[in-house]
Design a protein around this ligand. Sequence first.
Ligand code: ADP
Ligand code: MG
Length: 462
Amino acid sequence: MDLHAIWLSALGELELTLSKANFTTWFRNTAISSLENGRAIISVPNTFTKAWLEKKYHESIVKALKHVTSNAIREATYRVEMRPAVATEPIAEPQSSEAPPSFGIPESAAPVNESNQNDDVGLNPKYQFDSFIVGKGNELAHAASLAASTNPGAAYNPLFIYGSAGLGKTHLLQAIGHHVVKTKTEAVVRYVTCERFTNEFIQAVRGGRINEFKDRYRNVDVLLVDDIQFISGKQGTQEEFFHTFNALHQLNKQIVLSSDRSPKDIQSLESRLLSRFEWGMITDVSTPDFETRIAILESKCGQKNYPLNPEILRLIAGTVKSNVRELEGGLNKIIAYHQFKNIQPTMETVQTLLQSFVPTVPKRNITPRRLLEIIVQYYDIQMDDLLGKSREKRLAFPRQIAMYLLREDAKCSYPAIGAHVGDRDHTTAMHACNKITDLLKTDEQLKQDLVLLREKVYSDKV
Ligand code: ADP
Ligand code: MG
């Protein structure tokens, strides 16, 4: 039973739900020290951490442990254990800036370590170009990142990378940083999350240390700002960032930004900042395709020294599709479980473990309007025609599909469907739904159309 691997997987899940600072503060130097009848004894460095974990994180911890061990572990107790490396530490509120080097959380699982000598740069050794798998969804972002790291300030300035969570934006930003640090020893690199930039700015203003702050961010060769969308609506920070940006740009210093949306989709962003974000290169990262997911899994298995056979890799890649973070999470879960049980993974065990990753359709958020718009777009017809009276097949058929989806996915009543689709009678809606249900039993093309339509309906982008 590899308690270490189990704890790592659980930490992996917890990390997703906590801020980096909290995660580092509360889970540094923790470990599962033993198991007693399905209860994990978690060793913690001091009573303060013990109390905090019990009060604040107990539920999440138990949930994560249950999840990664498929309920083999169902409870947790915390015990202060003076391990050699922390024995001298006073029992007091842990300060991330004074905490001893982590050994409970190994390098690969730890978030950016904000307390060691990396503090100046802010880089996590896990995120480098050589561990980044390139595929269709990220090749441009990857190429641009390489260019920016080889010739900072010369290629694209700024480089703006956007895309949904878990698709490798942070990884790329940090890889740029590492590459520059390695190849240009004299270059000053700074990686910062927008949140941290904001907090430091606010504290600098409060503490009358604004010049220090300016020095910190304007005397660099490469500035990497992660999750810049958080600057939305923060006027003071936007103003300061605008000047930082200008100072760096004028000196041809490289600026790289990441965001979960494109610059023009960031709400309440000053137009002068928006225009600057658009000066250089804007590129997105999108969900990896099947082949890329396989390649990523192979690479992660290699890193973890846990080879899986191709059939199982295909099963994982075919099930966990949303993003790379989940893909890694799925893999970690599989590894932890099989190591824990000390058995070889089979298609059956893996399939069972992956159940929680089978996408459940978020049926609540669909508005009838959005559904109709997607139908119109997909069948290339006009909304007026879709809602109109014509019985031409090219219009009548999409109309019936619209009614079917309104019923099945938007959970509308028949009268409501009639009202949404051009004031029709509820019997018409009923008839349409029955007809499409029947057709679906045999019509392969229709099945495919519905898959595509639903993909569109449930994707983030409108
Ligand atoms: P984002 O910042 O876009 O939310 P991250 O960069 O944090 O995503 O990536 C989430 C996890 O997935 C990280 O562990 C990262 O190393 C991994 N990852 C993402 N994309 C890739 C890739 N193309 N190759 C290898 N690992 C990747
Ligand atoms: Mg990120």
